[in-house]
Design a protein around this ligand. Structure first.
Ligand code: SF4
Length: 283
């Protein structure tokens, strides 16, 4: 395993290092260890390669929005949803994924958020890692990764960075902050705001912006995360048997939803004190 030559930060890494508000109880550092330190091991790689149904829905929904705007006439055609579904090869997905993605496409077709917007960037969502941005200050330096779903220009010339969501999870403001920092480097001198839009619930978040002071604190916080993670990777590389000390587990009922449950030595096994919901009906 090799460690990156320079520390890096991203929203994903931030969310693996520190929990979002309200999610402290089920936050597990060992997940970061599997994802960011052991990702090349065959078993881990195989588990990471299996997209869950919610992940597939998110990817296909983003691609669907991209296809609607790439073939704009489909937004005005009565069979636009079916045509985009074909472009997405939706019939190859499970019934559950097909149903939810079709609903998302129909809602977007009925009320396309980006119609008439001056779009400068809209990604299909499957293009892999974005190019890193070098954040250099006197006392720290790290690479920042920020994959933006969509950027458009408001009528007053403000850049608007939009992130599409699916499912029911709450918006995590930290993701918007990372985008706003990236925008300072990618679009220097431009005023920028960020927001989220849930394609399933048709729900917009408030607009999020950041001032210069907050931006400096954010850079500092991300630099700390990047350096802490780099340090953990180095410690792991020096002694891989220390995996659980460097990336401590936090087992609990939430292990049921962890992709590494099958290979994790600390995975919580439900016992009588934590009964799993019965599949049988009460008689
Ligand atoms: S199975 Fe549980 S303890 Fe193991 S990595 Fe996942 S959440 Fe952490």
């Amino acid at each position: 395993m090799s460690t990156p030559d320079r520390p890096f930060a991203s929203y994903h890494l931030w969310s693996l290092v520190a929990p979002a508000r309200g999610q402290e109880r089920w936050h597990c550092q060992m997940r970061r260890g599997f994802i960011k330190a052991r990702q090349h091991e065959p078993q881990v790689k195989a588990l990471l390669g299996q997209a869950t149904a919610p992940q597939r829905i998110g990817i296909l929904a983003q691609k669907g929005v991209y296809e609607f705007h790439h073939h704009r006439h489909l937004l005005h055609q009565s069979d636009g949803v079916e045509q985009v579904a074909q472009l997405l090869k939706l019939s190859k997905s499970t019934e559950q994924v097909q149903q939810r993605v079709l609903q998302i496409l129909q809602k977007y077709h009925d009320d396309p958020l980006l119609l008439d917007k001056n779009i400068v960037q809209l990604t299909p969502g499957d293009e892999g890692f974005p190019k890193p941005i070098l954040v250099e200050q006197e006392d720290y330096c790290f690479r920042l990764y920020a994959a933006m779903d969509c950027v458009f220009i408001e009528s007053d010339r403000t850049l608007h960075i939009l992130d599409f969501k699916t499912g029911k999870s709450a918006f995590d403001q930290r993701q918007a902050l990372v985008y706003l920092l990236a925008a300072r480097y990618l679009y220097p001198g431009r005023k920028a705001v960020a927001s989220f839009y849930n394609l399933e619930l048709c729900k917009k978040s408030d607009l999020i912006s950041i001032n210069n002071g907050e931006l400096e604190s954010l850079k500092f916080e991300l630099a700390n995360i990047a350096h802490k993670h780099q340090h953990d990777l180095q410690k792991y590389q020096e002694k891989t048997s220390n995996f659980s000390k460097i990336f401590p587990p936090n087992p609990g009922n939430h292990c049921r939803f962890c992709p590494f449950q099958s290979i994790c030595d600390f995975s919580h096994q439900p016992t009588q004190s934590y009964p799993m919901p019965s599949l049988r009906t009460n008689v």
